[in-house]
Design a protein around this ligand. Structure first.
Ligand code: IVH
Length: 734
């Protein structure tokens, strides 16, 4: 029977996958057509990649649905008809992509295998080709920023610019010479460098002669990227807005539009820049770095940021630096290009499929991605204004996982046409909270739900009213913001769940940014959510997420205390815990689901509660009401869903007999690990410190104690053995 059920549910999954695949293909194709054929952009490359990635994964999992016309099976594009076609002297290829150091390592391994006689152990064999720049026959690299613009090839005859063409399909491009002539960084006549200048950049007599001859009576071809700076892009968009013209989607699109303008005057207005990244003419140079130097002395702009790297570890540094600092560049970069520096190795490594083996594009993490909106939560600010935040299916953006995006206000929701359940494009730029930039309505299933402003405040249930004359809505309650902050702070406090690093300021920041509304929200925070916030460098974001996850298993008394039920202090929480789960046998530790505890609580009658030690009718009523409140039960459900568990162990319900006592541990313990010992001491209210001082009450000395033992003797602090510690812990007596 179970088997049959599985089969049915698999089939349902298959059908769902098939539908999603069909929708994704249609959507991707639509955007490809707009982009490649009509020069129009509706969504960014990163967002399109994200959709393609989802399609690719679905097809991998369901290979029976792969068809030859799927966008995943397509390579290259077609040139437009409006310009004269140019057949390239050498194909303009693409690059293979790497996304991680592992990908890079694999690539290096692969190419090392193809370089037969190059000695990686110095002096072992004679290299087939001349060495590059570093040591004798070493495999070294030249690293370049990968500019996000358009690839161009420029031909010079007798030193004069005669033809510039787009990449097209790689073999045939479009002649856009007139438009390229409007780009000031493209020389119309090449410089004629002095012999000394060429010598200085490392050229020998033969190479110098080849360059000079080509300048006088030959051809020189260079390849590079035409780009639009962010500044020009922003200025143009401002201007177009004023003139009521359509906006450019991004700088790359701006550059493409300019180059494909039939009227060069209009092209000129867009002020593009051009950077050379390779020579297509062979001057017998030794390495790729020299190509850049030669291009520069011939009058081209090359990127000063490019860097020679001895090995992959230097490559990683270059990549990681620019991934974090890409916004320092005036134009957009989407990765770095790693080039085998030794030109002698290029023919050995050769071409495979769409690109050369001797180059690799090591991409930066995309700043946009697609994901689904799980729900929209409303945050109440200090002034009572309600702000919507989208809770998302976790999505990788810019190298980190994102789970929330701001939605600003109801007008923004309407402008974007967002519904709960929608597939959306999210964007993360620099140091700001991610936002939703677009909805993809074609991917709707019909199950999506309208977003409505809540009638009652989600915090305090007071009425919500519209602020007259504004887009905002406000909670009419008096202090629900402050009450909520206190509730959150209580949950993480030392005697409750005890989460390190969640002080009141941080909590308030999380609330303000819409990341946390109730205590269950702490448990879905990711490093990516925290990093853009003030005060959160990468490391502290990491630490906080770890600290929260370390406290996902919570002792029942702490859990009950943390809920902040009126009149329930630590002692009553311990009493209630005992009532719900009698102490267990020695050493037995059991995890329980929150829902089990809820069931147990719900079974307790008011009378039973009143019978508990120190619990009168008022306290009993408060406890009873709390556990029968719909909102509270929803919160508990969310806590369970977000991975919080309750731990019942033998000391649970124990009196805090070690309160006020500080312990220091030294040496190896036999029957429990140091962490276990620490946890148990803390459970009983004691503190554990890492260094001995006059304030230390006990130093616990295990086998081979260290200098802490000597210090204890010196300061006359009481030293106890493991046996004595265990007596404290098990007899619960001191
Ligand atoms: S070398 C075999 N170097 O990236 C291709 N390309 O994905 C030789 N690009 O079409 C290209 N910056 O438009 C190279 N420093 C750089 C680049 C670069 C951007 C673009 C270029 C190329 C595309 C390949």
């Amino acid at each position: 029977m179970e088997k049959k059920d599985n089969k049915i549910s698999n089939e349902v999954d298959k059908q769902e996958a098939k539908k999603r695949i069909a929708k994704l293909r249609k959507e991707i194709d639509h955007h490809r057509y707009l982009y490649h054929v009509l020069d129009k952009i509706e969504i960014s490359d990163a967002a399109l990649d994200s959709l393609k990635n989802e399609l690719f994964k679905l097809e991998m999992a369901n290979p029976e649905f792969i068809t030859p016309d799927s966008p995943t099976q397509r390579v290259g594009g077609k040139p437009l008809d409006k310009f004269i076609k140019v057949v390239h002297s050498r194909p303009m290829m693409s690059l293979f992509d790497a996304f991680s150091p592992e990908d890079m390592k694999d690539w290096e391994e692969r190419i090392k295998k193809l370089i037969p006689l190059i000695p990686f152990i110095k002096g072992e064999t004679i290299p087939l080709r001349p060495p590059s720049k570093g040591g004798y026959g070493e495999l070294d690299y030249y690293c370049e920023l990968k500019l996000d613009g358009l690839a161009m090839t420029l031909k010079y005859k007798n030193g004069i610019f005669i033809e510039g063409a787009t990449r097209g399909d790689g073999k045939v491009g479009e002649d856009v010479t007139q438009n390229l002539k409007t780009i000031e960084s493209i020389p119309l006549r090449l410089r004629e460098p002095e012999e000394g200048e060429l010598k200085k950049i490392g050229l020998d007599v033969r190479q110098i002669k080849l360059v000079r001859t080509a300048l006088e009576k030959g051809e020189i071809e260079v390849r590079g990227e035409a780009v639009m700076t962010r500044q020009v892009f922003n200025e143009l968009n401002k201007k177009y807005k004023k003139e009521g013209k359509p906006q450019l989607a991004n700088p790359r699109n701006g550059a493409a539009g300019s180059i494909r303008q039939l009227d060069p005057k209009l092209a000129a207005e867009r002020k593009l820049s051009f950077y050379v990244y390779a020579l297509a003419t062979d001057f017998g140079l030794k390495n790729h770095e020299e190509e850049h130097k030669l291009a520069e002395v011939l009058g081209f702009k090359v990127l000063k940021e490019n860097k020679y790297c001895r090995d992959l570890s230097e490559v990683y540094k270059f990549h990681d630096y620019w991934e974090k600092n890409r916004e320092k560049m005036p134009f957009e970069c989407d990765g770095v290009v790693i080039v085998v520096n030794n030109l002698g190795l290029w023919p050995v490594l050769g071409i495979v499929g769409k690109g050369p083996r001797y180059m690799m594009a090591y991409k930066f993490a995309a700043l946009e991605a697609t994901t689904k909106i799980r729900e929209v939560v409303w945050q109440v600010g200090r002034t009572g204004i309600l702000t919507p935040t989208a809770v998302l299916d976790p999505a990788p953006v810019g190298g980190v996982t994102i789970t929330h995006a701001t939605l600003h206000n109801m007008d923004e929701i309407k402008r974007l046409g967002i519904k709960v359940g929608d597939t959306v494009i999210i964007q993360r730029a620099g140091d700001v909270i991610p936002k939703v930039v677009k909805v993809l309505p074609n991917l709707r299933s019909g199950e999506e739900k309208e977003i409505k402003v809540p009638k009652k405040c989600p915090m305090c249930e007071s009425e919500v009213t519209k602020v007259p004359g504004e887009v905002a809505y406000r909670c009419s309650g008096t202090n629900c913001y402050a009450v909520n902050l206190r509730r959150l702070a209580h949950w993480v406090s030392k005697n409750a769940v005890d989460i390190d690093g969640l002080g009141p300021k941080i909590i308030e920041q999380l609330v303000k940014e819409g990341l946390v509304r109730d205590v269950s929200d702490f448990y879905i925070l990711t490093v990516g959510d925290l990093e853009p916030l003030e005060r959160f460098a990468e490391k502290s974001a990491d630490n906080l997420v770890k600290a929260i996850n370390d406290r996902k298993k919570i002792d029942l008394p702490r859990f009950i205390y943390g809920l902040g039920i009126r009149h329930v202090g630590e002692e009553s929480a311990i009493l209630l815990s005992k009532k719900l789960s009698p102490p267990r046998r020695d050493g037995e530790v059991k995890s329980n689901k929150i829902s089990d505890i809820v069931k147990k609580f719900k079974m307790l009658s008011l009378e039973e509660l009143e019978k508990l030690e120190d619990v009168g009718p008022i306290v009993a009523r408060s406890i009873y009401d709390w556990w029968h409140d719909k909102k509270n039960l929803e919160l508990l459900e969310k806590l369970e869903k977000n991975g919080v568990e309750i731990v019942l162990n033998k000391t649970q319900g124990a009196k805090q007999i070690l309160t006020g006592k500080t312990f220091v541990l030294t040496g190896t313990l036999n029957s429990l690990t140091r962490d276990e010992a620490k946890a148990k001491i803390r459970e009983l209210g004691g503190d554990v410190s890492s260094s001995v001082s006059k304030n230390t009450d006990y130093v616990v000395a295990g086998a081979e104690p260290g200098s802490k033992y000597d210090k204890a003797i010196k300061l006359k602090v009481k030293v106890i053995g493991e046996d004595e510690l265990l007596r404290f812990l098990t007899n619960q007596r001191i």
